[in-house]
Write a protein that binds this ligand. Structure first.
Ligand SMILES: Nc1ncnc2c1ncn2[C@@H]1O[C@H](COP(=O)(O)OP(=O)(O)O)[C@@H](O)[C@H]1O
Ligand SMILES: [Mg+2]
Length: 267
């Protein structure tokens, strides 16, 4: 399991209990949508998974490491080796050419500057921005900025990519490009956990985790507490796809079947 969360709570201050006892596991290679109303605790959960924050109680294990026991130095190493994070607001450095921002994604990996730039160039090529290396964020469209942010997140080849509403600030065409990219990374083996408001996107994901009032909503099949009936490899490709209450019991349409076939072929 690349992610193990055991009975986690998170208090932001004395009054707000953003997570109230969350347990879940995510296996290598999964693509998971986290859904739920605004304020339900989705970002809080993703920030804990990304080690950007620590739980008030309970255990978060990433790639087997209990993050609350790690020193800051080892936490940085864990992030550099295992994690990529994509935000709704892109968070690219203002006025800095994207090649440099992406190369900075490798600072903690301890690679020489020339190699960092070479890998940054390759990552930007992979997201379709080879012709924009010297551009600053202000010179790019929202979709291009988000693709640059994805390049920064994946430049170190992390096995786990976390995305908080990655299409939330994009029009539908740019959003689709970003999703296609995420689909591509998932197809080549990256585990992805993505928060989304968009039910079409959630429907497109093989597994959904629904959060409400800081708790995971129990549902049939995969929407529950990691009791998803997957095999050892966590891919569950031959499992029947259960209907989800989150989708009004509509289940998954043809686009999902296409996606599963595409991601299988990509392996
Ligand atoms: N840094 C913070 N300080 C205080 N309260 C916070 C902080 N971050 C989130 N919250 C509160 O925690 C709850 C869950 O927030 P969040 O995880 O951002 O929800 P979501 O991403 O589902 O919209 C909300 O009530 C929110 O106001
Ligand atoms: Mg949020």
């Amino acid at each position: 399991m690349i992610i193990e969360v055991e009975n986690v709570t998170k208090r932001h201050n004395d009054t707000v209990e953003a997570l109230r006892g969350v347990s879940l596991t995510v296996a290598e290679g999964e693509l998971v949508a986290v859904i739920g109303p605004s304020g339900s605790g989705k970002s809080t959960l993703l920030n804990l998974l990304g080690t950007l924050d620590r739980p008030t109680s309970g255990v978060v294990r990433i790639a087997g490491h209990d993050v609350s026991t790690l020193t800051d130095r080892r936490l940085s190493a864990l992030r550099a080796r295992h994690l990529g994070f994509v935000f709704q607001q892109f968070h690219l450095a203002v006025g800095v050419p994207i090649l440099d921002s992406v190369a900075d994604g490798l600072l903690y990996a301890g690679r020489p500057a020339t190699e960092r730039r070479e890998r940054a160039r390759a990552a930007l090529e992979r997201v379709g921005l080879a012709h924009r290396l010297g551009h600053r964020p202000s010179q790019l469209s929202g979709g291009e900025q988000q693709r640059a942010a994805i390049a920064r997140a994946v430049v170190g080849d992390p096995p786990l990519l976390l995305a908080d509403e990655p299409t939330g600030n994009l029009d539908s065409a740019a959003g689709r490009q970003v999703l296609d990219l995420l689909r591509e990374f998932h197809g080549s083996g990256t585990t992805i956990v993505m928060i989304t408001h968009d039910m079409d996107i959630a429907e497109w994901c093989p597994r959904r985790i629904r959060i409400q009032d800081g708790r995971i909503q129990d549902g049939p099949g995969r929407d529950g507490l990691g009791r998803d009936g997957r095999g050892e490899d966590g891919r569950g490709e031959d499992d029947p796809i259960p209907d989800s209450p989150a989708l009004g019991g509509r289940g998954l349409g043809g686009s999902m079947a296409d996606f599963r076939i595409a991601s299988r072929e990509a392996r």
